[in-house]
Design a protein around this ligand. Structure first.
Ligand SMILES: Nc1ncnc2c1ncn2[C@@H]1O[C@H](COP(=O)(O)OP(=O)(O)OP(=O)(O)O)[C@@H](O)[C@H]1O
Ligand SMILES: C[C@@](O)(CCOP(=O)(O)O)CC(=O)O
Length: 469
C-alpha cells in the first residue's frame, strides 16, 4: 500500500450542448469542466489496533458528515457496513466498487477528507474557512448534506470520481494519467449503482477527463455487470467469483466512447447563473422519452435538427480556435468589436443588413448555432410537454442577449428552471454582471463565481489543505 498522504480534485460541469440526445451512443455532446472542484485527501493510517479494515470518509463542511465503512477482507464483494447506519449511497457505492475491484488482502485503515468548492451548494447560512496558506477556501454549512440546496454542478459525479481516485491511489502505483481509464470505469460503475440507473455518464466523464466532447459508452457494458447479481451474492462463492471476474474485466477493458478534450476559445468566458426555482431531471427525461417513443417520425426529425445545431456549435468553437491561432491580432480586434455591441440580439437579417466586417463571421456562426440549439429545445418543450426551455427562461436568455458582449446562452443539461449558461466576451464580464445587478429582469438569477478550468482529475499539494484537516 502507498503510505504518504495525497490530495486530488475533480471538476464540476456545465453541459452546454447535447442534452437528451447524449442518452444515445450516436450523438456527441459538449461539456465544460469548471473551476468549482471536489477535493479528497487520503491518508493510510496505522491499522494494527483495528479488528477489520476501515475506510473513514469525512465531509467536515456538512453536519453529520462522517461515514465509516467496515470492510471484510475475506468478502470484498459485500456491501460495506456503515458503523453508524448513516446513508450516503454515492460513497457506499464507490467504496464497494473499488474494494471489489482491488480485492486488498491485507488489513488497512484509510481516512479520506472531502471538501467541495463554494459553487456546488447554496451559500446561505455558511461560515468561511481558509487553509493556513490561504490557497483553499471552503464554506461550512449548518445542515447535513441532504438538506443543503445544490446548484447543479454534478456534486455526486465529482465526489465519486475523486473518492475513486483517492482509494485507487492508496493501492495502486502510477500517475493520474496512468490510472485515468481505470478511475473512469470504476467511477461510472459506482455512480450508476448509486443512482440505480444508467445515465449518459457525461458528468462522471467530465469529472475524470475535464472539458470534453462526449459520446457515451454502450449502456449494456454496465447492464451486463448488474445482471451478474451485482454485489448481492454474499452467500454464493461461485457467483461472487464470477462477479469479481466480470468487474475486473470491465474496469480494465477499453470502453468505446468519445472523450475528446476541448476548451472554450480564448477571450470567451462561461458565465453561469443559478435560477431561483428548480426542475427534476428524471421527470423531464421520462417525458421526453415517452414523447419520443410515441412520435417516432416527428422526434427523429427534431433530433436530427437539434443534433445539427449541436454539431455546428462544436464546429464554430473549433473554427474560433483556428482563427485565433492563424491570426491572433485580427481575432482580438473582433473580440474588441463584439465587446461594444450586442450582435446576439440581432436577427440574421438585421445583422446582414448592417453589413459588418467579414472577420466577425466565425463569431456569428457561433451565435447562430446557439440560437438554433435554443429554437430546437423550444420545439422539444412544446412537443414533449417537458419544460426544457420554458417561457421564463426564454425571456431571461433573450434579455441577456441584449447586453453588450454576450454571445448567447442556453439552458444547460436537461434544462428547466435550474440554471442558465452564457458565453460572454471575457473583458465584458464585469460590466455584464454589473448591468444586471439593479435590474428587475434579472432578479431571479445569482451569477456563480466560477469559470471554465478544463482539467479533469488532478493531484494537488497536501500542504495546501493544512489547517483544515
Ligand atoms: N461534499 C459532499 N460530501 C458528501 N456527500 C456529498 C457531497 N456532495 C455530494 N454528495 C453526495 O451526493 C448527493 C447529491 O447527488 P445528486 O446526484 O443528487 O446531485 P448532483 O450530482 O449535484 O446533481 P446535478 O447533476 O443536478 O448537479 C448527496 O446527497 C450526497 O450523497
Ligand atoms: C438529460 C440528460 O441528457 C442531461 C442531464 O443534465 P443535467 O443533470 O441537467 O446537467 C441526461 C443524461 O445525459 O444523463
Amino acid at each position: 500500500m502507498n503510505n504518504s498522504a495525497r490530495a486530488f480534485t475533480a471538476p464540476g460541469k456545465a453541459f452546454l450542448a447535447g442534452g437528451y440526445l447524449v442518452l444515445e451512443p450516436i450523438y456527441n455532446a459538449y461539456v465544460t469542466a469548471l473551476s468549482s472542484r471536489m477535493h479528497a485527501i487520503v491518508k493510510n493510517n496505522d491499522s494494527s489496533e483495528l479488528l477489520s479494515s476501515t475506510v473513514t470518509i469525512s465531509s467536515p463542511q456538512f453536519q453529520m458528515g462522517e461515514w465509516k465503512y467496515e470492510i471484510d477482507n475475506n468478502d470484498l464483494v459485500k456491501i460495506p457496513t456503515e458503523v453508524n447506519q448513516r446513508n450516503n449511497p454515492f460513497l457506499e457505492a464507490t467504496v464497494l466498487t473499488v474494494m471489489s475491484y482491488i480485492q486488498p488482502k491485507e488489513k488497512f485503515n484509510l481516512e479520506i477528507t472531502i471538501f467541495s468548492d463554494p459553487g456546488y451548494h447554496s451559500q446561505d447560512d455558511t461560515t468561511t474557512r481558509l487553509s493556513d496558506n490561504k490557497t483553499k477556501k471552503f464554506l461550512y454549512h449548518s445542515k447535513p448534506i441532504n438538506d443543503v440546496a445544490k446548484t447543479g454542478l454534478g456534486s455526486s459525479a465529482g465526489l465519486v470520481a475523486v473518492v475513486t481516485t483517492a482509494l485507487i491511489s492508496a493501492f495502486k502505483d502510477g500517475s493520474i494519467s496512468d490510472l485515468q481509464n481505470i478511475i473512469h470505469n470504476c467511477s461510472q460503475i459506482a455512480h450508476c449503482y448509486a443512482q440505480k440507473k444508467i445515465g449518459s455518464g457525461f458528468d462522471v466523464a467530465t469529472a475524470v477527463y475535464g472539458s470534453i466532447i462526449y459520446r457515451r459508452f454502450d449502456p449494456d457494458l454496465i447492464n451486463e455487470l448488474f445482471q451478474h447479481g451485482f454485489f448481492k451474492s454474499q452467500d454464493d462463492e461461485e457467483l461472487k467469483q464470477s462477479f469479481a471476474t466480470a468487474l475486473t474485466g470491465l474496469v480494465e477493458s477499453k470502453w468505446e466512447f468519445n472523450s475528446t478534450r476541448c476548451t472554450l476559445p480564448p477571450g470567451i468566458r462561461l458565465l453561469m447563473g443559478d435560477i431561483k426555482g428548480g426542475s427534476e431531471t428524471p421527470k423531464l427525461v421520462s417525458k421526453v422519452l415517452k414523447w419520443k417513443s410515441e412520435n417516432v417520425l416527428q422526434s427523429s426529425e427534431l433530433y436530427k435538427c437539434l443534433n445539427q445545431a449541436n454539431l455546428d456549435f462544436i464546429d464554430a468553437l473549433s473554427e474560433l480556435h483556428r482563427f485565433y491561432v492563424e491570426t491572433p491580432a485580427t481575432y482580438k480586434e473582433s473580440l474588441a468589436y463584439l465587446q461594444s455591441t450586442n450582435v446576439a440580439a440581432l436577427s440574421k437579417a438585421e445583422y446582414t443588413l448592417q453589413q459588418p466586417d467579414p472577420k466577425l463571421t466565425p463569431f456569428v456562426s457561433l451565435i447562430e448555432a446557439i440560437k438554433r440549439i435554443r429554437a430546437n429545445l423550444r420545439d422539444l418543450t412544446a412537443y414533449s410537454g417537458a419544460e426544457i426551455e420554458p417561457q421564463s427562461q426564454t425571456v431571461l436568455l433573450d434579455n441577456c442577449n441584449e447586453i453588450k458582449g454576450c454571445l448567447g446562452g442556453m439552458v444547460p443539461g436537461a434544462g428547466g428552471y435550474d440554471a442558465i449558461c452564457l458565453l460572454v466576451i471575457e473583458d465584458s464580464i464585469d460590466e455584464f454582471v454589473d448591468s444586471t445587478k439593479e435590474d428587475i429582469k434579472f432578479e431571479n438569477v445569482a451569477w456563480l463565481n466560477l469559470h471554465e478550468e478544463d482539467d479533469g482529475i488532478v493531484e494537488e499539494q497536501v500542504n495546501d489543505y493544512s489547517g483544515l484537516l
